[in-house]
Write a protein that binds this ligand. Structure first.
Ligand code: CA
Length: 242
C-alpha cells in the first residue's frame, strides 16, 4: 500500500502512440498497477492535477509539445517519481532528462518487463525515503511484519527468521498485494545483479513458507506467480470492512 492508502499504485502513462500504450497499459494492469492514459501534454497535466498519480511514465515526443516541459511542470508541483520514455538514447538526452527531475530514463524500444521492474525499483526507493510508511507494521491475515523493528509474528508468536529470510519477507511486505519479480527480489535482498539460477531464492522462499505455516499450493501468505515472482497477500484494510 502506498502513502495515499491505495492498494494499487496509480500510474499516469503519457504516451501518444497507441501501438505502445495499448499493450503496455495491459501489462501495467496485470502487474498490479492502475494505469491512467494521457495522449497530450495538456491532458497529462490536467490528469496529474485531478488524479494525483503515484507515478508518472512520460513519453518525450508528444503531439502538442515536449515531454520535458511536462516533466518540469510536474516537478514544480510534486516530487512524484517520473520515468521518462524516449526514442533517443544519447547521453545528452539522458543527462538533460535527469536534470529536469526525472528519476530514471528508458530508451525505446523497451520491454514491458524492463519498464515494470524499473517502476517497482523507483517506487521502492521513494517509499523508503518518503514519509516513513515502513514505521507502521504491515498486517496480512495473522501475519504482522514490523520492518524497522525487524520482527514478524503470526497470530502473536514471533517467527525465528534468518537475516535473509526477514529481508525477503520485508521486501514482499513492502509490496504486499503486488508481484515482486524474482530479479527484483534477488537484486534487493542479495544486493547483486543476479542472472541465471535463482535456486537461492527458492530455498529461502521454501524456508519462509515453512516458518509461516504456509504452503505453495494453498497459500495464505506467499503466492507464487509462475514465471514472474512472488506476491504477499494484500494487507488488511480497515476501511474495507463493512
Ligand atoms: Ca510519442
Amino acid at each position: 500500500m502506498d502513502s495515499r492508502g491505495r492498494v494499487k499504485p496509480r500510474i499516469l502513462f503519457v504516451e501518444d502512440e497507441d501501438s505502445i500504450s495499448e499493450p503496455f497499459t495491459r501489462s501495467l494492469e496485470k502487474a498490479g498497477f492502475e494505469p491512467v492514459n494521457a495522449r497530450t501534454s495538456a491532458s497529462a497535466l490536467e490528469l496529474f492535477e485531478r488524479l494525483t498519480p503515484d507515478f508518472v511514465l512520460l513519453d518525450l515526443g508528444l503531439p502538442d509539445g515536449d515531454g520535458r516541459d511536462v516533466c518540469v511542470e510536474i516537478r514544480r508541483r510534486s516530487d512524484v517519481p517520473i520515468l521518462m520514455l524516449t526514442a533517443s538514447g544519447t547521453e545528452t538526452d539522458r543527462v538533460v532528462g535527469l536534470e529536469l527531475g526525472a528519476d530514471d530514463y528508458v530508451v525505446k524500444p523497451f520491454s514491458a518487463r524492463e519498464v515494470i521492474s524499473r517502476i517497482r525499483a523507483i517506487l521502492r526507493r521513494s517509499s523508503r525515503t518518503g514519509p516513513d510508511p515502513a514505521a507502521e507494521p504491515i498486517r496480512v491475515n495473522d501475519l504482522v511484519v514490523d520492518i524497522p523493528g525487524r520482527t514478524a509474528t503470526v497470530a502473536g508468536s514471533e517467527l525465528k527468521l534468518s537475516r535473509k529470510e526477514f529481508d525477503l519477507l520485508a521486501e514482499l511486505a513492502r509490496n504486499s498485494g503486488t508481484v515482486v519479480t524474482r530479479e527484483d527480489l534477488m537484486a534487493d535482498v542479495w544486493d547483486v545483479n543476479w542472472f541465471g539460477s535463482t535456486k537461492t531464492l527458492d530455498v529461502h522462499i521454501r524456508a519462509l513458507r515453512k516458518k509461516l505455516g504456509d504452503s505453495a499450493t494453498e497459500s495464505r501468505y506467499i503466492q507464487t506467480v509462475r514465471g514472474v515472482g512472488f506476491r504477499l497477500a494484500p494487507q488488511e484494510r480497515n476501511d474495507s470492512k463493512p
